[in-house]
Design a protein around this ligand. Structure first.
Ligand SMILES: [Zn+2]
Ligand SMILES: [Zn+2]
Length: 321
């Protein structure tokens, strides 16, 4: 199973301002001129990915792929435009039905759908899946005038809507998909996706304030027996405490859950539109201190916390499970 990140921003598509990227580039060129590494390509490999490439602009769009036609898309954030264009140019749109899982219907998870090119192809069959059961109404709203000039009825593809059963296995295009409720207004459902014994857990958007096993209750399994977990880390720790009930979390919460439940790898995502790559790197160095302290505490007090591989998500990255 491959997981490819097409959009990792939260709330609104945004990127560092061009002027800011120029300053970053200038700083990189200065560092390169002083570096003992003679080759520019080799030098870039020595720089953190987030600094050389930025976080990316797109809002939530994740591609889960097992083979050429066994695949799932998660959410229709602005990142889905590029994925749709790739599916159109490769011919994937006519090879087999496309399945899109929707976590919820906040704008940042819908905004790319009018630009998802397979929707306009008569040979495409597209299935939308959600727990909430109102994906048809929500999708038609996106295409209503005066919000968008092309009405829903003009879409040429064959579109179908499905309601998922929560907390049980739903078999979709060769994957086992189990929806669990996240802590988010309106509400939002995360997905635990299993294929060939590997598990991807999608936990965005999520405030994560219910942390204990007791508080998580019937939704705890979304964090158990997981290879890769995509977790909401929109805020720094201080912003998290300033913004109660805004529906987003901080990486420290995810890491603590991951260490307790033995998640193998965590991706921190749904970056605030105002966050720059430099700010995310600062958050990562604070998180590294937190992580090492937790491991030390666990050893001293025999808490049983497990080591977790973690990083902050960057658009375009591919993970293989
Ligand atoms: Zn969101
Ligand atoms: Zn949301």
């Amino acid at each position: 199973m491959k997981i490819q990140l097409y959009g990792v921003r939260g709330s609104l598509p945004d990127s560092d301002q061009p002027q800011k990227r120029i300053i970053t580039t200038e700083n990189l060129l200065n560092e390169f001129s002083k570096s003992p590494i003679p080759d520019a390509g080799e030098f870039l490999k020595s720089v953190p990915n987030l600094i050389s490439g930025g976080l990316g602009t797109g809002t939530t769009s994740i591609y889960v792929k097992s083979n050429n036609t066994e695949d799932l898309l998660i959410d229709g954030g602005s990142g889905i435009r590029r994925l749709g264009d790739e599916m159109s140019s490769s011919g994937r749109f006519k090879a087999a039905p496309i399945h899109i899982l929707m976590t919820h219907f906040h704008w940042d998870h819908l905004i790319g759908l009018p630009f998802f090119s397979p929707l306009y192809q008569s040979e495409a069959e597209i299935h939308f899946h959600c727990v909430q059961g109102f994906s048809e109404e929500a999708l038609k709203t996106v295409f209503k005038k005066p919000f968008f000039p092309v009405p829903f009825k003009m879409l040429k593809s064959n579109i179908k809507f499905h309601t998922l059963n929560p907390r049980v296995v739903n078999e979709i295009n060769g994957f086992n998909v189990i929806p669990y409720k996240l802590q988010h207004p309106d509400p939002c459902w995360g997905f635990k996706i299993e294929k060939n014994g590997k598990v991807y857990s999608h936990c965005v958007d999520n405030e994560g304030d219910k942390m204990s096993r007791e508080a998580l209750g019937e939704d705890l399994p979304i964090y158990q027996n997981v290879d890769l977990c995509y977790f909401d880390a929109q805020y720094s720790v201080s912003d998290f405490f300033d913004r109660p009930n805004w529906g987003h979390s901080t990486a420290q919460i995810g890491l603590e859950i991951g260490m307790r439940e033995g998640i193998k790898q965590m991706l921190f995502a749904h970056h605030d539109p105002a966050s720059t790559a430099e700010q995310i790197l600062e958050m990562a160095s604070e998180l590294e201190v937190f992580y090492k302290n937790k491991l030390t505490q666990s050893e001293e007090k025999n808490l049983g916390l497990k080591p977790v591989k973690w990083e902050y998500a960057q658009e375009g990255t591919v993970f293989e499970l």
